[in-house]
Structures are given as C-alpha cells and as structure tokens.
Design a protein around this ligand. Structure first.
Ligand SMILES: [Fe+2]
Length: 445
C-alpha cells in the first residue's frame, strides 16, 4: 500500500517493532525518527506523510504531544496516533485538542488493534478528503455560477441596452423614411397636380392640429399620433392622381352616376398607391384612407355609419370637407371660414335627417380650432410655381432647388433671388439651357 508512515520513538526496539508490523501488513513506505526534532526534520521534506505515530515519552527531548502538535505545520491532514503508557486523562485530552490526535494506543499495544487503528484513520482521512473534494467542487461550482450569473446579468443588460438603441434607431430610421416618403409624394403631387397638393397639404396640417386638440380636449381615449394622422391627411386623396383631366373640371353637383363612381375609385386607388409603405404604417393608414368619405348618416361610399367609422377617417372627413368648401370651385367654393362652419353645422345637427354627417364632439373641436387659426398660418410655407423667368423678380425666395433644362444645378432652395441671378437665367435661356420649374415661397408673392 502506497501510504507514507512516520514512526517516532526514542527506543530503536520500538521503531523496529512498528516497522516490522506495518511492513508485514503491506505498508511499504515507513520512515522512522528517534526524537520529535528529527521527526519534524523528516516531515519538512515529506509533507505528504499519511500517518504519524509517536510515543508520548521520549527521554529529555520533545514530548510526543508536542511533536504531534508541531507536525501539523507540515502535515495538517495526516493521521496522528499517540503511543502512551500513561493513563493521565488530562494529558490525553490536551493531546486530542491541541495536536488533533486521531487515537491513543496504549503501550504495549495489541498488534491487531494498532493496525486496525491505522486503517480506520486512513479510511476516515480518505472519507474526509473526498468530502473536502466534494465541498471544494461545490464551492468552485457555486463560485463559477455566481460569476456566470453576474456575467449573464451584465450581458443581458448590455443586450437590453443594445436592443433599446436598435429599436430607437429603427424607430428614427422608420420615422425619417416615412417623412421622406411623404415629402416625395407631396413633391410629386405638387408637380403633377398643384390643386390636389394644396388640398392634401392643408388637410394634413389640419389633421396634425386635430390630433393634438382632440387629445388636449380629453374627449378621446384613442391615441392620435400627430405624425401619422398628418400622413393620413396628406395621403387621403392620393388616389386622385389617377383622375383624368376632365374630372377636375366638373362641379361635384354636376357629376353623372358613372363619373361619381369614377371619383369614388380614388379611395381604392389610394390604398393601392400606399402598398409599398412599411406594413406597420400601411396598417394604420388603411382605415382612415378607405373610410374618409363615410359619413355618420350612412350615405358615404360604403354605407358605413355612426361609430363604425374609424375615428381618424371621421377627422379627415370633417377637415377635408371644410377645405373643399373653403377653396374648391368644384365643391361650391370658395367660401369664408365662418360661412363654411355654418354650412357644415347644418349637417352636424340635422333637424330633418335625425343623424348628422359629422361626429359632434370632433366637429366642436375642429370649429374651435378653425376660429383660432388663419389661412395664412396654415399656409405659411406654401410655394407656387412661376410660369417663366419673366415672372421672376429680385427678393423672391426659392422653395425648391433650381435646375436648368439640361439638368445642371443652378441655385439652391431657400436662396433669395438677386438681379444678377435673373441675368444669368436669361443668358442660359439664350443658349437653349434655361431654368425650369421655378418654385418660390408664396409669402414672397
Ligand atoms: Fe377623398
């Protein structure tokens, strides 16, 4: 057996006896010392000793208890056995407490009993060592999981923070994309059909104002995000871009049944045109665009009535009708703001029809809003296209970048036109490369 055992006694005969006995039962690695001092010297170089057996009485030198106590410095886990001829219980108790002695063996010993004591000590030591290993493993595991938990927590926090940043960035990108999409559409409308552009732009602005006013008024539990409601207002009639030129000249009251049907198609065409918008935006805009001609009395395109009509669509319906009465010849305009409000009121509180066209509380909010905001305020940044350079005068501010017919950049948006600019425009025109699409801010008119 590969255990290392140190025996300490000042009598050689005892050491020989122990050596013989232990070798006889199979222990191969036996060390001996004649005194405690020598024993400590040996242990200093053999700190892996498994068993230490020491006689208590060793001449004038160190006692067995003292030696065993000091042996703990080199071999704290070794099995310590004390051989003693004494029966003084005080000495025994002291030895057990101070020198961590596993057992006392009385001299003269019984061979079988001594061997059994060594075996039991080794067995107990093995069990203790396994227990220590298990505890050590558990401690290391706990430490690892604690560290791992801290690391994961930190990682989760970082991930959550990254996710927040990502969502914020996606939100910002989406918002910018939506805004630039809206700008592009407005720009296209402005170019293709200035009348439709002006109407859409104003309806968008009213929608934005209504979004805030309805929420401020506390009359709605529905969320009206101003950006999106403005977008819905701007896009509500986008399908009219498909109208043939002739439809823009016939007053609404003079439309034939076929023409009315043709007009009503602008709702579906509008939905078709916004199909490339991001899904989440398109889903929000669908109902407001589809239902903006529905009225509470059920006389709209699809016959939807009362609160079946989407709230946003009801808002667009009110502000769109108001704008048409105010500015569109085809709708009997132009009329003054109070005149239009009075005219619409007849449809809100209809004595004959029982149910009015418009939602009373939304109309009240709009009436209040319309009396506080002038046309000038609403159209503050509106621009107009000048037919030719003959109409350009110094001091006008460009509402869009200016290019020549050969697509050479000429002047930037927001530039105030000077006489020298007009001179250059004329030179370009003489060279068949005149400027085109001169848009200036209307406040400069
Ligand atoms: Fe419409």
């Amino acid at each position: 057996m590969n255990y290392k055992i140190l025996c300490v006694d000042d009598e050689q005969i005892i050491l020989d006896a122990l050596d013989r006995l232990l070798r006889h039962v199979g222990y191969q690695y036996i060390l001996t010392a004649h005194s405690g001092e020598l024993g400590l010297g040996i242990l200093e170089n053999n700190q892996d000793a498994d068993v230490i057996i020491a006689d208590e009485k060793m001449g004038d030198g160190m006692s067995g208890s003292q030696f065993l106590k000091e042996s703990m410095i080199f071999c704290p886990d070794a099995i310590r056995i004390q051989l003693t001829a004494y029966s003084d219980s005080d000495i025994l108790v002291e030895a057990v407490n101070e020198a961590k002695i596993f057992r006392h063996v009385r001299k003269p010993w019984n061979n079988k009993q001594l061997v059994q004591t060594v075996q039991e000590g080794l067995k107990q030591r093995l069990l203790k060592r396994r227990e220590n290993q298990r505890l050590d493993k558990m401690t290391r595991a706990a430490k690892y999981y604690r560290a791992e938990s801290v690391r994961l927590k930190k990682e989760n926090q970082e991930l959550a923070s990254n996710l927040d940043q990502l969502q914020e960035s996606i939100g910002q990108t989406a918002s910018k994309t939506n805004q630039s999409f809206l700008d592009t559409l407005l720009f296209t409308m402005q170019y293709v059909n200035p009348t439709l552009w002006q109407h859409s732009r104003r309806v968008g602005k009213w929608c934005r104002l209504m979004a805030d006013a309805v929420v401020e008024d506390g009359q709605s539990s529905t969320a009206f995000p101003a950006d999106i409601l403005e977008m819905a207002g701007v896009l509500h009639d986008i399908g009219k871009l498909k109208f043939p030129e002739s439809l823009w000249r016939i007053p609404v009251v003079d439309l034939s049944e076929d023409q009315k049907k043709q007009v009503s198609m602008h709702v579906e065409d509008g939905l078709w045109l916004i199909r490339r918008l991001p899904d989440e935006v398109r889903k929000i805009l669908r109902k407001p665009i589809r239902q903006h001609h529905e009225r509470r009395d059920g006389k709209g395109y699809y016959g939807i009535f009362l609160d079946q009509i989407d709230d946003w669509a009801q808002i667009i319906g009110i502000v769109s009708d108001y704008d048409n009465f105010r500015f569109s010849k085809l709708h009997g305009g132009p009329l003054g703001p109070l005149e239009v409000i009075e005219k619409m009121k007849e449809d809100v509180y209809s004595p004959s029809e029982q149910i009015g066209k418009y939602n009373e509380r939304l109309f009240d909010v709009f009436e209040n809003l319309s009396t506080n905001i002038s046309d000038v305020e609403l159209d503050r940044t509106e621009s107009v296209e000048l037919p030719s350079i003959q109409d350009v005068t110094p001091g006008k501010i460009l509402a869009e970048d200016l290019y020549t017919v050969k697509d050479i950049f000429f002047l930037a948006r927001n530039h105030m036109i000077e006489s020298s600019d007009i001179e250059k425009m004329r030179i370009y025109e003489d060279e068949d490369n005149g400027v085109r699409n001169i848009w200036v801010q209307s406040s400069q008119e």
